[in-house]
Design a protein around this ligand. Structure first.
Ligand code: CP3
Length: 355
């Protein structure tokens, strides 16, 4: 494989020295970019982009071509590919978000769920990873990803997005054994899916626990963190002569950082509700940190964006172990010029914090 020309993202995740703080954006390939909207129109719809490795590669590269400051690429796909491969029938209703044809409601439904084989059932994702690696040609590292078991379970039990997770929470408290069986099957599926991505060329992986922060403190430990721990312990951690860092991102997990830092991952993703300097004081000797600008700051003018970037860099302070990112995905309404101002500010203002 070609040597990496820019490895500051991987170095920061392992707390090795860097020249400037590396940066990427969750959802960096997405609807705020006109070139993304054009590719999606050409492909027909969102899932056709994901399922065609050439299209997935094309949209993965779009933000990198527009913004030379980006220090990582992220596989273009979705977390809901796993439930789809388990036979749930994923589809997207325009403006409505994801939906499933089949909903998981009973223990019998859960017992019947297969564990997908990444190569047979999710081969299009593996092909996208290897196609993107070839196209990147060592420019920046490629991030693979999956949803956490708990986050995937919410979509499977609700049949789509939800505001209150009514059915999922009822199952958790009425029938914890059924919920544990579902989460265990998902943990097995996620482990082999991420290992497949790593063997296909993903150089770091991130687990998106988007809805873990919606659980009680006790339920988070038992129904989300325990399964992420199990996944982390089953992942391939070195490939092609390099460490493959693992990032855990529990949105709204700020109260539980100490216990998340014990899960065995290399880095924690932070949303914008916690102060990154305070988070570093709590867990910084164990893990690197990724985050955490409020994505809505990008609606403000470039001067205000720059001020906020400076505030977060100062709060983290000197030294490596910080990957700059938004605290959640960039939204479709953001002006691409503002995203550019954000990325430039991170590199320009961070040099003073590194030797
Ligand atoms: O970050 C990246 O650039 C990689 C691509 C990526 C997508 N989804 C593309 C996408 C990643 C990492 C995801 C993860 C994902 N998908 C999560 C976890 C991350 C998070 O946001 O917390 C979740 C919960 C999903 C499920 C999902 N996919 C929802 C709820 C939606 C609809 C919501 C919306 O924004 O409209 C999607 C669709 C989706 N996934 C889009 C993209 C670019 C928009 C689809 C479109 O083009 O219309």
């Amino acid at each position: 494989m070609t040597a990496l020309k820019n490895d500051r993202f991987l170095r920061a995740l392992l707390k090795q020295p860097v020249d400037v703080t590396p940066v990427w954006m969750m959802r960096q390939a997405g609807r705020y970019l006109p070139e993304y909207r054009a590719s999606r129109a050409q492909a027909g719809d969102f899932m056709s982009l994901c399922m065609n490795p050439e299209f997935a590669c094309e949209v993965t590269m779009q933000p990198l071509d527009r913004y030379p400051q980006l220090d990582a690429a992220i596989l273009f796909s979705d977390i809901l590919t796993i439930p789809d491969a388990m036979g749930q029938g994923l589809y997207f209703e325009t403006g409505e978000g994801p939906r499933f044809k089949k909903v998981v409601s009973t223990l019998a439904d859960i017992e019947a769920l297969p564990i997908p084989d990444p190569h047979k059932d999710l081969g299009y994702v593996m092909d996208a990873v290897s196609t993107i690696r070839r196209e990147l040609n060592g420019r920046v590292p490629l991030i693979g990803f999956s949803g956490s078991p708990w986050t995937l379970a919410t979509y499977m039990v609700e049949g789509g997005s939800s505001k209150d997770f009514r059915k999922t929470k009822a199952m958790l408290y009425d029938n914890p054994q059924a919920m544990h069986l579902l989460l265990d099957k998902l943990a097995q599926s996620v482990t082999s899916y991420l290992n497949g991505q790593i063997m296909a060329g993903a150089q770091a992986v991130q687990i998106f626990d988007t809805w873990g922060g919606n659980l009680s403190a006790a339920a988070y430990q038992e129904f989300s963190l325990a399964y992420m721990k199990k996944i982390v312990s089953g992942l391939i951690r070195e490939n092609d002569g390099r460490k493959v860092p693992v990032i855990l991102f529990t949105k709204n997990g700020g109260l539980w950082l100490e216990s998340i830092a014990e899960a065995g991952a290399d880095a924690l993703g932070l949303d914008w509700t916690c102060d990154i300097g305070n988070a570093r004081a709590r867990v910084g000797d164990k893990v690197a940190l990724q985050g955490n600008m409020d994505p809505t700051v990008l609606y403000a003018k470039p001067e205000a964006i720059r001020t906020e970037v400076g505030r977060i860099l100062a709060s983290y302070g000197k030294g490596s172990g910080h990957v700059f990112n938004l605290g959640h995905g960039i939204t479709p309404e953001v002006d691409p010029e503002h995203a550019g101002a954000f990325l430039r500010a991170v590199h320009e203002l961070s040099a003073q914090y590194h030797e």
